[in-house]
Design a binder for this molecule. Structure first.
Ligand SMILES: [Zn+2]
Length: 430
């Protein structure tokens, strides 16, 4: 935390920034370089992360910086010209340099070019409210901000958290066990004593401080595409929104009891993209279901970006988790490449069932917000035309989810066929 002392805001009244190659990061000064002799300013990634209290991770040939739920991911180039062309990070003199303007854009940081010297700082943030929610044996404090904020745990019990760059907080209610302390880098918040150490979840403009039993089931979120006025694709009188809901319910029935299964919608209604994405951020596995003309299946995954939050959370937790609980914990920690691995497992499952499947790594909004392994599956209408076909798709997906989470496959409960269109017994295998 000592590094955070130097975090700050710096764009008022400083007239000494006109030197070429100088980079101002918060209250600190560093160096900007211009790879390939170009005009794109690069700054040292680690230095910037430390000066501004950002999350930092190097994994699988990429470097990630994060602020709250925002993540900036850069591929790494060792040639200056390549780095600039792709706006990649640049490996130079043993450290990684990132394009500062691009970084600011991704993380919503303050950026200014002051006579050739880039200036990078946190924008001031405001804590709007603190909400407490209790669900079963776990307790959550939801911190809502007016922008994305990086939060760090300073002490476990009672929890003390650093809200970096937070300049304004609401009045603490009388007799509340919650209190604040202003620091030059932001604000500390003190939460009431509890039995367990806190864990952090980063959502858009929210940070959830969660504590309580870790011995719950891994969460799978099933996202039936479209709904309400948005019918999706219509082929031969079949509507995409109905087919995706039907498969989601079947899949839910197959996984229920072994996993915590959450549906983004359980009826014919519209669900905003942001709401879908927020569901995604709390899941170990997120499956968004869509249908398309034809008979193919395409499995989309987002390359790696979504794993950062869980990695951060996992690292924080691992250090103080007893060995016997680590196995549980590890289900919450998506390793780099997990989405791609899960997508591969799903495609193989379809291939085994005789359905042509391919994978794609196009970035998609709903996936880029996901916390665990997230995929979008687009199934050909030909596979979804009959209840048997829909059941088969659900079974392939259920097996892939269990395999991905390392859970043994069990005989699906045939008596618990889900509504609507229960499939005739025994009619589901090819
Ligand atoms: Zn669709």
């Amino acid at each position: 935390m000592q590094r955070l002392l130097l975090v700050g805001l710096l764009w008022l009244g400083l007239g000494w920034a006109q030197y070429e190659n100088r980079l101002l990061v918060g209250f600190q000064e560093s160096q900007a370089i211009y790879p390939g002799g170009g005009t794109v300013a690069y700054g040292p990634a680690k230095f910037i992360a430390e000066a501004l209290g950002l999350g930092y991770l190097e994994a699988s040939g990429r470097v990630y910086l994060s602020q709250g739920s925002r993540v900036a991911a850069f591929g790494i180039s060792s040639q200056g010209a390549d780095a600039v062309r792709f706006l990649n990070a640049y490996r130079y003199q043993g450290s990684l340099w990132v394009p500062v303007r691009e970084l600011a854009r991704n993380l919503d940081l303050y950026y200014r070019n002051d006579y050739g010297a880039p200036v990078l700082a946190l924008r001031p943030a405001r804590l709007l409210e603190v909400q407490r929610a209790v669900a079963g044996s776990s307790e959550r404090y939801i911190l809502r901000f007016d922008r994305d904020v990086q939060v760090r745990i300073i002490a476990n019990n009672p929890p003390r958290l650093a809200m970096i760059g937070v300049r304004e907080v609401p009045e603490a209610p009388p007799n509340s066990a919650i209190s604040f302390s202003r620091e030059d880098w932001g604000t500390e918040i003190y939460l009431p004593q509890g039995n367990d150490p806190p864990r952090l979840l980063f959502l858009p403009r929210q940070v959830v401080v969660e504590r309580g039993s870790l011995n719950r089931l891994p969460r799978v979120v099933l996202d039936a595409g479209h709904g309400g006025a948005d019918t999706g694709v219509v082929v031969g009188g079949l509507r995409e929104k109905d087919l995706t809901l039907s498969v989601s319910r079947r899949l839910q029935a197959l996984l229920q009891g072994r996993l915590e299964v959450v549906l983004t919608r359980n009826a014919d209604r519209a669900v905003p993209l942001l709401a879908r994405a927020q569901y995604a951020s709390s899941a170990q596995v997120f499956i968004s279901l869509h249908a398309a003309a034809g008979n193919r299946v395409t499995v989309y995954s987002h390359p790696e970006v979504q794993t950062l939050r869980l990695l951060e959370k996992g690292r924080e937790l691992s250090a103080r988790t007893p060995t016997n609980q680590r196995a549980v914990l590890e289900r919450y920690v998506a390793a780099p490449g997990s989405a791609a691995r899960f997508a591969q497992g799903v495609s193989e499952g379809f291939a085994t069932a005789g359905i042509v499947a391919n994978t794609s790594q196009d970035a998609m909004y709903v996936l880029s917000m996901a916390g665990g392994a997230a995929i979008l599956v687009e199934v050909g209408f030909e596979q979804l035309r009959t209840p048997q076909g829909r059941e088969q798709v659900a079974e392939v997906l259920a097996r892939a989810v269990l395999a991905y989470l390392g859970l043994p496959e069990a005989a699906p409960p045939r008596t618990a066929a889900p509504p609507p269109n229960p499939s005739p017994a025994g009619g589901v295998r090819p």
